[in-house]
Design a protein around this ligand. Sequence first.
Ligand code: NDP
Ligand code: MG
Ligand code: MG
Length: 340
Amino acid sequence: MKTYSTADANPAALRDKTTVIYGYGSQGRAHARNLHDSGFRVLVAARAGGPSFAQAQADGLDVDTPENAVPKGDLIALLTPDMQQADVYRDVIAPHAKPGAALLFAHGFNVHFGQIAPRTDLDVILVAPKGPGALVRRQYEEGRGVPSLMAIHQDATGKAKELALAYADGIGGTRGGVIETSFAEETETDLFGEQAVLCGGATELVVMGFETLVEAGYQPEVAYFECLHELKLIVDLLHEGGMAKMHQFISETAQYGDLTRGPRVVDEHTRTQMRAVLREIQDGQFAREWVNEHKSGRGKYMELKQRDLDHQIETVGQRLRASMSWLRDSASAKKEATEK
Ligand code: NDP
Ligand code: MG
Ligand code: MG
């Protein structure tokens, strides 16, 4: 594994250049503010009249419309939602980007799955923080940084890697360590992680546990605490110190139950399904399905999402969380928790 730290970055590579941050959402806002505070020239590209335009202005950054901003960019970071990137590239970036500019992504989806075929004169790079934007910002403000992935798809100028490292450094990524990867590896592992484990797997496990307890006659409120609320305690222990720290803090009874029952719940059937999910990512089936779903109006996506939001665990959770004042205090934690 190849990793880079602050010492490997050459900020001068980006210093007298203009970095256009296209999209001022979770990642875009954090990248723009961190780069600005690191002393780089940042220009936010946002739709006129949209909430992001006003937000970037309120944050004290230079903002312009995409058509005006893109031609000024030596580096253009495309940080709109993935499904909005192909049109944006085709309509604004391809016709207006400077010759020899760098195009940066925070996720390789569109390049890897052929939704965007960048102009051959552009450097095409990836810097993907392994965390939501609010964390990227907060860590930076605290003098730390979120570990990030870096990859080069196209090195038209011979400077692609230097630019990627300078950008990663500017957002704080090198403080946390930058791991070199490829667009393929970043895209496929990111999709697999969110589908099988982080978002898809974890929420199904939580909801099925909740349903099992409620169906057996236990109070939904108690089931909520056991299956959803307390998940954070375990995840925090894993996050801080892996299995060892978790085992150190949970009871012996919990450990014995974990070791003997866990493998029955997540079993070889789950492994078979995980492999199938991974294959659909690798062979492009998932990407085709999601792009088609987006293009045909997102009906299934909205319906499935609504089903999630209408579940009993949500009404019970809302009621219980209303009496946990510390959860209401942290709006950023809430936003972070909903993002991946
Ligand atoms: P967001 O959903 O937060 O992006 C919203 C921003 O995009 C808003 O500024 C919005 O502007 C703008 N936008 C949306 N559509 C358009 C459009 N057609 N033209 C111009 N601006 C548009 O995105 P994320 O930050 O979640 O994701 C950005 C990239 O980062 C993606 O590639 C994602 O995979 C990747 N990533 C995301 C992570 C995360 O934690 N969220 C983690 C790592 C990578 P307006 O206000 O005008 O609507
Ligand atoms: Mg992702
Ligand atoms: Mg789910």
